[in-house]
Design a binder for this molecule. Structure first.
Ligand SMILES: NC(=O)c1ccc[n+]([C@@H]2O[C@H](COP(=O)([O-])OP(=O)(O)OC[C@H]3O[C@@H](n4cnc5c(N)ncnc54)[C@H](OP(=O)(O)O)[C@@H]3O)[C@@H](O)[C@H]2O)c1
Length: 257
């Protein structure tokens, strides 16, 4: 399957890197365009793909076209394109109806990936597709499955999903940065501090498959112990409230407020 990326920015690069590392079910070829920055050529060189002159050429050569531009560029891009066989949109806050309206003669799939696709540990939410050919759907699920776990949700749930899984790698990175820098101030080598935090995050992610968040908190925080003191300080500083505020701000931005 030839996969063409319209847009070669952060998310296109993450997906392309994931496919370049995947042991199976990756595209046979990856094609890239940009709006003139040169990122398409750089990314193609990095992952072993090919930069293409125009979006039109890219569509003609691709089995799947991935829309990886910012939402504001969508309409201008759609206007200049011949109908792709299949369009996979990564655009935040852009509902399926709008995509189908812009690409009436294509199979249209709305996705929301997160940055973990770069290391084949991503999460991809897929809006429940409407009227898409079963073969195209299966091919899409197979390709996406080599870089992420894929979850189908109603289109109406995609913005909420974006706020909890699309944005959250950045929030977890804030936690890692804060704890890592305290560890460094306390005397650890910076790379050791970040590694310890990262491995703790990875272990917690595994634990979350078996235990609830509350169970993990109570299992770590023995009465009178240092974690209990830390959790109390976190609550007093509005730790959980800060993440609720981040969620609300993301949702508000997606809804144009
Ligand atoms: N970043 C994430 O973690 C993330 C997560 C989930 C979804 N998304 C979605 O993914 C999309 C891309 O986000 P991003 O963070 O990757 O943005 P980005 O880094 O700004 O990349 C956007 C890319 O689109 C290119 N572009 C703009 N107009 C174009 C045109 N007419 N033809 C071809 N390419 C064009 C830009 O070209 P130049 O390089 O020439 O500027 C750039 O390469 C967004 O819709 C976003 O909602 C992102």
């Amino acid at each position: 399957m030839v996969v063409g990326f319209i847009g070669s920015g952060n998310m296109a690069a993450a997906m392309a890197r994931g496919w370049a590392r995947a042991e199976q079910d990756s595209p046979s070829e990856m094609l890239f365009t940009d709006s003139g920055s040169g990122r398409a050529t750089a990314l193609a060189e990095e992952v072993g793909g090919r930069a293409v002159e125009s979006n039109e050429d890219l569509v003609r050569q691709s089995d799947f076209v991935i829309l990886a531009v910012k939402p504001a560029a969508l309409e201008a891009v759609a206007e200049e394109l011949p109908a792709p066989r299949a369009v996979l949109s990564l655009l935040g806050a852009t509902p399926l109806d709008k995509l189908v309206e812009l690409f009436p003669d294509s199979a249209v799939i709305r996705l929301m990936p997160n940055l973990g696709v770069e290391v084949n540990r991503g999460v991809i939410c897929m809006a429940e597709p409407e009227g898409v050919d079963e073969e195209i759907l299966e091919q899409s699920r197979t390709l996406l499955g080599s870089i992420a776990s894929v979850h189908e949700l109603p289109d109406s749930a995609m913005d909420v999903a974006t706020a909890v899984m699309g944005c959250s790698p950045a929030y977890f990175a804030v936690v890692a940065e804060a704890l890592g820098s305290e560890g460094t101030h306390g005397g650890l080598e910076p790379e050791v501090a970040i590694k310890l935090v990262g491995e703790s995050l990875a272990g917690t992610a595994e634990l979350l498959k078996r235990r609830t968040p509350f169970e993990i908190q109570t299992a770590v925080a023995s009465p009178g112990g240092s974690t209990e003191a830390g959790l109390e300080a976190l609550a007093a500083a509005g730790g959980a409230d800060a993440f609720r505020a981040a969620y609300e701000a993301s949702i508000a931005r997606m809804r144009g407020n």
